[in-house]
Every structure is written in structure tokens, then in C-alpha cells.
Design a protein around this ligand. Sequence first.
Ligand SMILES: NC(=O)C1=CN([C@@H]2O[C@H](COP(=O)(O)OP(=O)(O)OC[C@H]3O[C@@H](n4cnc5c(N)ncnc54)[C@H](OP(=O)(O)O)[C@@H]3O)[C@@H](O)[C@H]2O)C=CC1
Ligand SMILES: CC[C@](O)(C(C)=O)C(=O)O
Length: 344
Amino acid sequence: MSKVLYEKDIQKEVLQGKKIAVIGYGSQGHAHALNLRESGYDVVIGLRAGKSQQKAEEDGFTVYPVAEAVSESDVIMILLPDENQKQVYEESIKPNLAAGNALVFAHGFNVHFSQIVPPSDVDVFLVAPKGPGHLVRRTYESGAGVPALYGVYQDYTGSAKELALAYAQGIGAGRAGILETSFQEETETDLFGEQAVLCGGVTSLVKAGFETLTEAGYQPEVAYFECMHELKLIVDLLYEGGLENMRYSISDTAQWGDFVSGPRVVNEDTKARMKDVLTDIQTGKFAKDWILENQAGRPQFNAINAAENKHQIETVGRELRDLMPFVKQPIQTKQKEVKQHVTN
Ligand SMILES: NC(=O)C1=CN([C@@H]2O[C@H](COP(=O)(O)OP(=O)(O)OC[C@H]3O[C@@H](n4cnc5c(N)ncnc54)[C@H](OP(=O)(O)O)[C@@H]3O)[C@@H](O)[C@H]2O)C=CC1
Ligand SMILES: CC[C@](O)(C(C)=O)C(=O)O
């Protein structure tokens, strides 16, 4: 476990006195900016005019157009949507980089898939929190943190690794664990995790369970509580103490069902499909398709998103959650279909 680093292993000084530009103030951007500021760093925000700009200003930050934020700063963290980064980088970031700056990412997608090719006279590294931005903020505020990976792609100054570690520590990751990676490993494992397990895998499993019960004539409210609501309570036990902890808390009947029926649903066939997903990521097929989908104005993304939002598990869920005031309301309804997209 010695390779996992914590607060005590990290020197803060290397990042002190440097100006950090956080480009973007969305899920990750607001969390990095607020956490870094509260960790004692000098942070400005780079944005276009709009909703995020207003929010960053309300939170007390100086907000510049992206080009100006870059030219004012030493460390430039790009927290724009992956699909917008290439265009903003070419137009506003690259022309304003100075030798010795640090160009930083929270996900290696654009560098790994050669959408962004940084100049040779800057440090390039990633600090990738292993959790949603709103939780990066919420855990930091509560005195905890989300683990992060760091990886150095280019070390121009000789301090890239120390800068990456100090940055990771500044957003609170030193409380949870910081682990070294490469751009390739971070990009491929992150894409795999979100597609096959955390987002795609879980949503498909939950919907399949809900549909199996409702199609068999059970009440949708019962199916919602069983397959969606309780999932959070089960996952909390996994988060806190692994499989053993969850199995300690559930009934032995549930544990026996876990052992004998789980592998009937998720098995070697599922793993074979997971390997297909991983292959598409490793070969660059997924990245190419996603880039083309954006260039075409996201026809499939928007159609699927609209249909998903109307699924019965969502309509029933909204009604039930309204009646449970203790359930935190959604962080924000992301209107992804009206987001601006690059067309180059
Ligand atoms: N979401 C997450 O939890 C995680 C994200 N990441 C990575 O972090 C990065 C950021 O993702 P995420 O936080 O989800 O992004 P969001 O979509 O939540 O936020 C993007 C931000 O960029 C701004 N923006 C978009 N286009 C432009 C533009 N052309 N010029 C200036 N500002 C612009 C948006 O402002 P506006 O209001 O004007 O649209 C918004 O503030 C990505 O690389 C992602 O892979 C990594 C780990 C987890
Ligand atoms: C699981 C999705 C994620 O990879 C994340 C929150 O870590 C993302 O890119 O949003």
C-alpha cells in the first residue's frame, strides 16, 4: 500500500505562490476551484459568458475570458467538457501558454487520443478525482475527500510530479488516497468503469430489474424502492466495508440469493461483453464514435437522453422522491441536450 500517498507525503509549497486558472466551472470546475481556494491557493476562473460565469462570480471568484485566464496564470486546469476541449484549446489556451506553465487535465481523453497536442515547453499532467465533482466538493466540506489519480505526460520544469501531488492534495484527495497512473491507464480505465460498471452497467441493471418486476405485474412503486432506492443503501455498505460488510448487514436469505442468483445474471457472458467494451476503448473506436457524434450535433445522444428521462422508473422515482424530504434533491438537472457543441 506504500504507493498510495496521503496528506503527510505531500509538499504544499511547490504550488504556493502560483496562480491557478480553473477553466470551466461545472461539476469538477466548481469543486476544484472552491477546494483549492480553501486549501490556501490563488485561483481564478476562465469561462465564456453564461450561467457558469454568473455562479463563479457569486462564489467570489475573479472570472476572465479563457484566453486571459491562461495568460494570467501558471497552472491551467482544463475542466471543460471533453468534447469542447480541442476547440477551446486551439482558440484560447494554446496561443496564451508560456514556457514553464503547467497544463492540467482531470481526464486524459484529449491528450491520449491526440485531440490536443501540447507544446514541448510546458508541464502536462493529470489529476483525476475518482468521483463526481459535486462529491469532490461535498466530501471536502465535510472534512473528507475523494481519491485521485495523478499522471505526468510531460515534465518540462522537473517539478511536474510535485505540482500534480500538491494540486491533488489541494482538492482534498490527500485525505482519501492519491495513486500514480499514466494518461493511457487513466483514460482507458475511466472510460471502461463509467461504461461497463458505474454508469452504463448500473443503469442497465437497475432498469432491467425494474422492467422485469413491472412487466410481471408488480407495482412500479415497489419495483422502484426495490431496484433503485435501496441500491444507494446497499452501495453505502459496500463503500464503507466492502462485500463482507454488506453481506453482514443483509439477511442470510439475501446472501444465499446473492451467491446463487447473482452469477446467473452477471457471468462469463457479461464479462465477454465487458471485454468488447474495453476493446472498443483501447482501439480508439469509442473515442472516434463520440467525436463524430458531437460533430453531427449529437442526434443519438439527444434522442436516447430524451427517452431515458421519460422511462417509468424516472417518472415514478420523481414522485416518490418528492414525498421523501430527507432525500437530497438532485444537484442540478443537467440539460445536456441544450449544451453547446463543437462542430469542427
Ligand atoms: N463530471 C465529473 O465528475 C468528472 C469529470 N471529469 C473530467 O472533468 C472535465 C470537466 O467535466 P465536467 O466537470 O463534467 O464538465 P461540465 O459539463 O460539468 O462543466 C463544463 C464547464 O465548462 C464550461 N464550458 C463549456 N464549453 C465552454 C467553452 N466553449 N468556453 C468556456 N467554457 C465552457 C461550462 O460553462 P457554461 O455554463 O458556459 O456551459 C461549464 O462551466 C472533463 O475532462 C471530464 O472528463 C473527471 C472526473 C469526473
Ligand atoms: C463515473 C463517471 C466519471 O468517470 C466520474 C464521476 O468519475 C465521469 O467522467 O463523470
